[in-house]
Ligand binder design. Structure first.
Ligand code: GDP
Ligand code: GDP
Length: 455
């Protein structure tokens, strides 16, 4: 195996293996209107700036894969999210805090034409407390004449302010270089999971689906294990709960118990919280309210879990409110809404009455087993050999790419790299994924397949 890989070294990389897991995270924070979205768009290389002038427009993602000078990283974007004007100060700080928690380094954006405000000062204090490296962006410096404005920002005490015009691109390369210099090669926050010990579960889902009810039900009916081992410091935001005879960490339960009020901006805050919980978890239970049709926000949470590479269970809660007449429709909705995640185990229960909540354990175990799976290279290649002999890749433009060799590069979740003689089209890749799932299971785990082309 080693030899095969060595031979294939230098093969053209058609797609970076490994996905986003473990990539360093750079968060862009600052007050509304300082130009965060504009800067993010520039970093992502979007031609059309999708900056919204209308407040109240919510984005559907928190983070994006990004690249600068050959380095891959995850960019967390806090711009463009609705901020309520009344509590603006507290809200900005709260969002920044959540974003900073998720980040390895921070780009703090200040409007140089306005100068530092009280809200900026407040964010500075928070950044200092976090101990994370910060690059100070003095934005809206559209011409050299305005560079004096940027120099005023030395007063923030965050070191050199980088004069930038996110709008025109001026200085954006220098500030990105500075960010790369402080961004670690390997993330300290993303994809860093402790090995061994109780498995780590995140309860996620949009507000009011019943996360805290489920947590209380699980913690109440089952014994709450007090972690007493001498010398172990317990993260107070996680709770150890015994289910099915063994302890499980339920992560970021403080985020569930501390109710975020339904004010504007809560959506974004909820997304960040979800992201933070996912970083710490191995498996996520996405709660969905079965008594009402699925919403876009539900599917967004499911997508967030898939993107995070964590194992996934879909839990239909509030089953006690289910009208028998609605049931056939629900089944149809489920098939339609979750067609991409047929592989996720489903459980139906009522967090309120406790009905069937005990079924969660088996689903958790199944999903984690899949997530941990390693397929020996020999078995994988025997399987692929048979599959591709029976169903070769379609001929395209007179060419037929052949699969040479495949290997599982990691687990948690399973990631595969396939070496091929040409581009493997998406449909065929999906076909391989489906057959892999049919043959090896993987219920409850995302799997990643990347292809390297060897000319
Ligand atoms: P956000 O709320 O921090 O995400 O800010 P936006 O990116 O939405 O930008 C707010 C406004 O500032 C928009 O009208 C942008 O066009 C404008 N803006 C952003 N960057 C610059 C810049 O470098 N120079 C100038 N002159 N305007 C900018
Ligand atoms: P969270 O925001 O996701 O933590 O949701 P909560 O646990 O606070 O629940 C929101 C509301 O739904 C509360 O009024 C709960 O009592 C109710 N609820 C939660 N689970 C169930 C359930 O299984 N059945 C019914 N009927 N109500 C539920």
């Amino acid at each position: 195996e080693e030899e095969d890989l060595a031979v294939l070294e230098g093969a053209e990389v058609a797609e970076a293996p490994g996905g986003r897991a473990g990539l360093p995270v750079l968060a862009v924070v600052g007050r509304p209107n300082v130009g965060k979205s504009t800067l993010v768009n520039r970093i992502l290389g979007r031609r059309e700036a999708v900056v919204q002038d209308t407040p109240g427009v919510t984005r559907d993602r928190v983070s994006y894969p990004a690249e600068w000078a050959g380095r891959h990283f995850t960019l967390v974007d806090t711009g463009g999210w609705e901020v309520d004007v009344a509590g603006i100060d507290a809200r900005v700080a709260e969002q920044a805090e959540a974003a900073v928690e998720l980040a390895d380094a921070v780009m703090f954006v200040v409007d140089a034409t306005v100068g530092p405000t009280d809200t900026d000062e407040r964010v500075v204090r928070l950044l200092r407390r976090s101990g994370k490296p910060v690059v100070l962006v003095a934005n809206k410096v559209d011409s050299p004449m305005q560079e004096a404005d940027a120099a005023m920002l030395w007063s923030l005490g965050l070191g050199e302010p980088y004069p930038v015009s996110a709008l025109h691109g001026r200085g954006s390369g220098d500030v990105l270089d500075a960010a790369m210099a402080v961004l670690p090669e390997v993330s300290a926050v993303a994809g860093k999971l402790p090995e061994g010990g109780p498995r780590r579960v995140a309860l996620v889902g949009r507000p009011n689906v019943g996360k805290s009810s489920l947590l209380n039900m699980l913690a109440g009916t089952e014994r709450v294990v007090v972690h007493e081992t001498a010398g172990t410091t317990r993260d107070p935001v996680d709770e150890l709960i015994e289910l099915g005879g063994k302890p499980w960490w339920f992560v970021d339960t403080a985020g569930i118990r501390r109710r975020v009020h339904q004010t504007s901006g809560a959506d974004f805050y909820a997304s960040l919280r979800t992201q933070a919980a996912l970083e710490k978890a191995e498996v996520a239970v996405v709660l969905v309210d079965a008594s009402v049709p699925m919403t876009e926000q539900d599917t967004r949470v499911v997508q967030q879990v898939i993107d995070s590479g964590r194992a996934l269970i879909i839990a239909y809660n509030k089953w006690d409110l289910m009208d028998e007449d609605r049931r056939p429709f629900l089944e149809r909705e489920i098939e339609l809404d979750l067609v991409q995640v047929q592989w996720a185990p489903r459980v139906n229960f009522s967090a309120k009455t406790g009905w069937h909540t005990n079924r969660l354990v088996r689903a958790l175990e199944t999903a984690l087993d899949s997530w941990d799976t390693r397929i020996p290279t020999g078995r994988l290649n025997a399987f692929l050999g048979e599959l591709t002999a029976a169903h070769p890749h379609p001929v395209r433009g007179g060419k037929q790419p052949r699969i040479l060799f495949a290997t599982q590069v990691s687990n948690r979740p399973p990631r595969f790299v396939i070496f091929a003689t040409g581009f493997i089209e998406a449909g065929y890749r999906r076909f391989i994924e489906n057959r892999l799932r049919q043959s090896f299971g993987f219920a409850g785990s995302p799997i990643e397949i990347s292809v390297r082309v060897r000319e």
